[in-house]
Design a protein around this ligand. Structure first.
Ligand code: GAR
Length: 207
């Protein structure tokens, strides 16, 4: 079983998609051993509790300084010895040492087709606002390994979603979540659990 930690900051619909996929057997080889939230008020915490998953909050604002926060985060993760760390709407930049320690074992879901609409400042609704402003016809979502950059790591899976006339950022966000994020995030976890994902440089091979 792939011991998985899921890091969240908000609503937790991606966490829910993973909980559901494990629950109904779509994802067979993984279990969520801990949910870590960066915010006490994240609804994702309630989702974890309802599913009987241990959830803890490690918040930058509870820590006297950044170093203490990083130590607390590292402890919350290392205590459960995870094989995989999933960033599911996690809005904190991870420390470089942490990323190195868990190299090729941290994945992130991003709500666009990377390399479009990604990098510093592109998160959540902002991504969809920018996609609509630019007038793209196709957007989507990406699951990628996390490296030391922002949204620059090796791409595992992507799924395209059509933009429709009259879309608002909120409508587009919902469609991208439902049609892409909630499909490819559980799928990527399952592929990793099956040992079918190999990383060579910046390229990922799915066998
Ligand atoms: C999701 O759309 C996720 O792709 C995005 O935040 C949202 C979290 O929703 N992540 C990023 O923008 C990261 N750059 P959720 O809490 O309902 O899963």
């Amino acid at each position: 079983m792939l011991k998985t930690v899921v890091c969240v900051s908000g609503g937790g619909t991606n966490l829910q998609a993973l909980i559901d996929a494990i629950g109904d057997g779509t994802v067979k080889g993984a279990q969520i051993v801990r949910v870590i939230s960066s915010s006490h008020s994240a609804f994702a915490l309630e989702r974890a509790e309802k599913a009987g998953i241990e959830a803890v909050t490690v918040s930058p604002s509870d820590s006297p300084d950044r170093k203490t926060f990083e130590e607390r985060l590292d402890k919350a993760v290392s205590e459960v010895c995870p094989d995989l760390i999933v960033l599911a709407g996690y809005l904190v930049v991870l420390p470089e040492g942490f990323v190195r320690k868990y190299s090729n074992r941290i994945i992130n879901i991003h709500p666009s087709l990377i390399p479009s609409f990604c990098g510093k400042g592109f998160y959540g609704l902002k991504v969809h606002e920018e996609a609509l402003k630019r007038g793209v016809r196709i957007t989507g979502a990406t699951v990628h390994f996390v490296d030391s950059g922002t949204d620059t790591g090796p791409i595992i899976l992507q799924k395209a979603v059509a933009v429709q006339e009259g879309d608002t950022p909120e409508i587009l966000q919902k469609r991208v979540m439902k049609e892409a994020e909630h499909v490819i995030l559980p799928r990527a976890v399952e592929l990793i659990a099956e040992g079918r994902v190999a990383v060579e440089g910046r390229r990922v091979t799915v066998r």
